[in-house]
Design a protein around this ligand. Structure first.
Ligand code: YNC
Ligand code: MG
Length: 388
């Protein structure tokens, strides 16, 4: 059933019940001298290219490929529209490898028609911290689908990850593959209900009018938590300590150091927003919340072309109740003109989703590890990892 995935070192469906299989790497590293030194063969009309996102022209080519061909919802009403600034941020974390930003061009026209990326990350599974590749932005042009290009791209990124002596990877997808570590759900909190209904993102509830709906989702103009403020560069050490301590409790989570926190969590205009609570008495950093900006193109609507969405990222509550902390995040997102605030049911998110009027989305997000077995399927609340 999965002609490609059945050949790969990933948990297989037939092994799901087998308690005798150990946790950890599925196959050992091969000596680096045995890693293929030549790229995999593409069908002859195509050639490999390495994409330098620092080049304005390359970044625009990647941006346009994804804008026109990347992930859509099941009903093909919306398509992710990652910004160029976002792509540069997502692909240039500490220690990134240029060689992991892989494109495919048509030889004759040089048109970019496919893309896949990896970035390095330290990820902890139970007690073991493993250097992994986070694989993302796999995309094949709509006109080249179902030609088995994706397996070649996955094998090529795997080869280039192996060349850096890295043997595991983490990735998420909307499709079911062998085999999910966990299956999560997106929840959506309307900030601009009229627009969401007008574009078909949501529907008027039964026995609801537009004005009652607008009132239902209304938020205060100002945050309520004393000491709630934007994260600043000098907060990196305190936020790192807070987040590391929080993420310890999850079965799978990133192992962030200060450089990672500086990159992934310091606010970046139009890309990532982070807020914290500094105790007015002790000046301790007690709570933290963050979200990233990922608009979607609205396909074929007369009135609107973009849905402005915020995605919940990493959050920590030690003093401020989860509901109050996240409500303050909703208030700032609303002020910044986001139409919707999305969150997965990972970490402690279940404790605020229903209370804060998030509604469950359709479609699921499956989390996967490559060449690493986890003995049981995890509950979403056991996951401490958010990929972009
Ligand atoms: C997918 N999303 O099952 P089998 S998520 C992985 N992730 O193989 P073809 C996928 N595999 O089942 P198409 C996949 N989608 O026969 C499909 N597959 O074993 C598998 N969509 O290939 C599929 N982006 O080329 C099948 O399919 C084989 O032309 C079929 O291309 C697929 O970024 C795709 O949703 C997704 O652009 C490129 O549909 C295309 O359809 C497309 O005939 C819209 O492929 C955009 C989209 C995916 C977003 C993402 C994470 C990707 C993870 C890849 C796996 C990484 C493994 C770890 C590598 C490093 C290891 C180390 C160390
Ligand atoms: Mg294909």
């Amino acid at each position: 059933r999965h002609k490609f995935w059945e050949t790969q070192p990933v948990g297989q469906f037939k092994d799901l019940g087998d308690a005798s299989l150990p946790e950890g790497p599925i196959e050992p590293p091969t000596p680096l001298t045995e890693v293929k030194h030549e790229p995999y063969n593409l069908p002859s009309p195509y050639e490999w290219t390495t994409c330098d996102l620092d080049s304005e022209d390359m970044c625009s080519e990647v941006y346009l490929l994804l804008t026109n061909n990347y992930v859509e919802d099941d009903e093909n009403m919306f398509r992710f529209n990652y910004s160029k600034e976002f792509l540069r941020w997502a692909l240039h974390p500490p220690g990134y490898y240029k060689s992991w930003h892989i494109g495919v061009r048509v030889k004759t026209s040089k048109k970019l028609v496919a893309f896949i990326t990896g970035v390095p990350a330290k990820i902890r599974a139970r007690d073991t911290v493993v250097v992994m590749a986070e694989i993302n932005f796999l995309c094949v042009h709509k006109k080249l689908r179902s030609k088995r290009l994706a397996p070649v791209m996955i094998k090529e990124v795997t080869r280039r990850v192996h060349l850096e002596n890295i043997w595991q990877a983490a990735y998420t997808a909307g499709v079911v593959l062998p085999t999910p570590v966990s299956t999560c759900q997106y929840w959506h909190r309307s900030l601009n209900p009229k627009k969401l209904i007008d574009v078909g993102f949501s529907r008027l509830g039964a026995r609801m009018t537009m004005s009652r709906t607008i009132k239902l989702y209304k938020l205060p103009d100002q945050t309520v938590t004393p000491g709630f403020r934007k994260m600043e560069p000098h907060d990196v050490p305190a936020v790192t300590r807070l987040l590391r301590d929080y993420l310890k409790q999850f079965v799978v989570a990133p192992d962030f150091d200060e450089n990672d926190v500086e990159h992934w969590l310091l606010p970046k205009e139009g890309v990532v927003d982070s807020y914290l609570v500094e105790s007015p008495e002790s000046h301790e950093i007690t709570d933290f919340c963050s979200f990233y900006t990922l608009p979607s193109s609205i396909l074929g609507n007369q009135n609107y072309s973009t849905l402005k969405a915020a995605y919940s990222y990493y959050n920590v509550s030690t003093k401020t109740p989860w509901i109050q902390l996240t409500n303050d995040a909703l208030i700032v997102a609303k002020k910044k003109d986001f139409d919707v605030f999305n969150a997965l049911d990972v970490m402690h998110n279940e404790t605020f989703l229903k209370e804060l009027k998030f509604g469950p989305g359709d479609g699921q997000l499956h989390y996967y590890l490559y060449n690493y077995r986890i003995k049981h399927v995890l509950r979403p609340s056991e996951l401490g990892l958010v990929l972009l």
